[in-house]
Design a binder for this molecule. Structure first.
Ligand code: CA
Length: 650
């Protein structure tokens, strides 16, 4: 990363004005629209954010509480320095392959006794990221017990956020696991469902002033994962540390670090509309890879029997059926889900894995994360929680040519668990394994920090469509919220594209009823970004779906060179374009229970003939060739809870 220091002149100029103006400094993004003001009032730091002159975040507290003292008050202003960041990096498996990050950086230095607190703000055209750094000439260790850090939105702001769960509730005490429902334009200050605050990423609609997505990135074994408190009536949300009951109630909720210590980055992506939010890369802009990929990790699609055929399908015969399905679909993977240790048996895994490989299909295996933090019963258990067991298991997988693991049921966001995530990823990379986390926290920059981290759940995913009709009833609406929230900051293993009309192995006689059209389901293969896509296709779909739908699923990429917001608003509809090589895929979904016309502006396809996959009246998928107008526009008719996909010619 290039950081040009041009500190001296600017800092000196500003210092003279600082003393006079209650120590107020301002930094803007390169195009000057996004402005952050940092103030030190009577020893306490705070910040505010405006965009195009309109308020996004009001004066909000900064600082943190530690065993070295309270770094939110009684601080002495030392100086402020500025620098420029101009950094280009690549993301081999993501929503964008090459990123050019240009930002201005401002570091405000404050002192307390002999210790120093630096507050670092980085401001690009649409992203603010900030972090604290504490140094001490005397001590080597620090314990951070809480933060004052806040996000104070105007009182007319509304929210799309998910509540933090009470710990050790839900199925076999596995919560919190970032699997809650989003609020839909709820006023700020509404008490959260469990009165435990909210999780990242959190989308705020600041009326006509714009939109802001608040999240966290760069968290590794040196800090806990944080979330937001419940908001006050007038819109102040503050950083909350993990709850005592997380991680099975063991280990502390604080963060412990060697000195100097730097916290994770808190990020605020701001726009007049939702375009900068969908396209944001701030989760990766401010972090660095922790290690190099040990091998060339290959993205792709997988079949998985568990989603529709459930626990009993994790047997040898059904896995062969789904290996054959993957081969027919030209998918490169099968995910063999929970209980294979008992229902297939370790002794039979070599022949099953070799069978898959003989069909050109590679294997992901499911694991329980478990140590001691919940009662999740599925095996294999106790193979991923200690380095000794883990490395033995990973060597076994490497010897068999297994390509990846899906690890489920983590214990929460305490630093101890963040360390477990990092250790699993680091060990897995040594054995050439990709890693997907389930029952898990949101990834915080991990796709770049740990190059073998390919996806995480951390969403109310497709399994809930099977568990509860309510989630099936809201499935279409969720497709219009997740692209603006959860999927912005990290790959998301939703595990969707369900063609069965009811969510079960026997859709003709049982299962919750699917409300969406087939075209909406197809669109989610593009709309939901994940380098490994676990597709919920079932063997019966091969004879039920037209060949052009199966061909689409065989071909659709899972990684992208470019991602563009085209249209849409949360809870209503969405259109997102993604490019792989020369080919554009435009995914469109209608989250509402009304038929809808949408006009999309696709200037990159102006005058071109494209293939349109669309809703037929019987809610199956039609395909036709259409031409995008010379002006770059296309009119679409979407059924209620319907969708469409546009694919450009190769
Ligand atoms: Ca789950």
């Amino acid at each position: 990363m290039q950081i040009k220091r041009n500190t001296l002149i600017i800092a000196t100029l500003l210092l003279s004005s600082l003393v006079a103006s209650a120590k107020e400094t301002v930094i803007s993004g390169p195009d000057k629209n996004l402005v952050v003001k940092v103030e030190i009032n009577e020893g306490s730091p705070s910040y505010s954010i405006s965009y195009n002159g309109k308020q996004i975040i009001k004066d909000s507290p900064l600082g943190l509480q530690t065993n070295r003292g309270d770094f939110s008050k009684d601080l002495n202003f030392e100086d402020v320095t500025f620098s420029n960041i101009d950094n280009t990096y690549t993301m081999p498996m993501s929503k964008v392959s090459k990123v050019h990050y240009v930002a201005n950086e401002m570091t405000t230095t404050l002192t307390k006794d002999k210790d120093t607190l630096k507050i670092i703000f980085r401001v690009s055209n649409n992203d603010v990221a900030f972090s604290y750094k504490i140094t001490s000439p005397e001590k080597k260790n620090i314990i951070v017990t809480s933060e004052s850090t806040g996000f104070h939105f105007p009182d007319f702001t509304t929210t799309f956020i998910t509540p933090q769960s009470t710990p050790q509730i839900g199925w076999v005490r596995t919560k919190p696991s970032y699997e809650e429902e989003y609020t839909r334009e709820e006023p700020v200050g509404t008490p959260s469902k469990f009165h435990q605050g909210y999780t990242f990423p959190a989308l705020f609609h600041v009326g006509s002033n714009g939109w802001a997505l608040v999240s966290e990135t760069g968290t590794d074994s040196h800090y806990c994962g944080t979330h937001l408190s419940d908001g006050t009536k007038d819109g102040l949300y503050t950083i909350a540390f993990p709850q005592k009951g997380e991680n099975g109630g063991l280990c502390d909720t604080s963060a412990v670090s060697i000195l100097p210590m730097q916290t994770p980055w808190r990020t605020i992506t701001v726009g007049q509309n939702l375009k900068p939010i969908v396209e944001s890369t701030v989760a990766w802009d401010v972090v660095e890879p922790h290690y190099k990929a040990s091998t060339n990790y290959v993205p792709g699609k997988a079949t998985w029997s568990w989603i529709l055929w459930q626990d009993e399908s994790c047997n040898y015969k059904d896995q062969v059926t789904f290996i054959d399905l993957a081969a027919k679909m030209h998918f490169n993977y099968i995910l063999i889900d929970a209980l294979w240790d008992k229902q297939i048996g370790y002794e039979n895994m070599p022949s099953l894995i070799h069978y898959a490989q003989s069909k050109g299909v590679d294997v992901f295996l499911w694991y329980n994360s478990n140590g001691y933090w919940n009662d999740a019963p599925q095996g294999p258990r106790g193979r991923m929680d200690t380095s000794v067991a883990r490395q033995k298991e990973m060597q076994w997988m490497k010897d068999l040519g297994v390509k990846g693991i899906k690890i489920d049921f983590f214990g929460g966001d305490k630093q101890e668990t963040m360390k477990l995530y990092e250790d699993i990823l680091t060990d897995a990379n040594r054995y050439g394994l990709m890693v997907i986390f389930h029952g898990t926290t949101i990834p915080r920059g991990w796709q770049r920090m740990y190059p073998n981290h390919v996806s995480s759940e951390a969403v109310l995913a497709s399994e809930n469509l099977i568990f509860n009709q309510h989630y099936a009833d809201t499935e279409a609406s969720c497709t219009t919220i997740l692209p603006f929230t959860r999927n912005v900051v990290a790959a998301m293993d939703f595990g969707g594209v369900v063609f069965n009309k009811r969510f079960s192995k026997y859709p003709e006689k049982s299962g919750n009823i699917r409300r969406t059209t087939d075209a909406l389901e197809l669109a989610t293969s593009v709309l939901y970004e994940s380098p490994i896509q676990n597709i919920a296709i079932a063997p019966n779909n091969l004879s039920e779906q037209p060949q052009y739908v199966l061909d689409f699923l065989s071909k659709v990429p899972t990684t992208w060179d470019e991602t563009r917001y085209i249209a849409g608003t949360p809870n209503k509809d969405v259109a997102i374009a993604r490019r792989n090589g020369q080919t554009w895929y435009v995914a469109v979904t209608n989250g509402e229970n009304i038929n809808k016309k949408m006009t999309l502006s696709l200037p990159m396809l102006a005058g071109q003939k494209v293939t349109l996959y669309y809703d037929l009246k019987d809610r199956t998928i039609g395909m036709k060739e259409v031409e995008i107008s010379k002006k770059g526009e296309i009119n679409l008719n979407l059924l209620n809870e319907g969708g469409a996909v546009i694919v450009s010619k190769e």
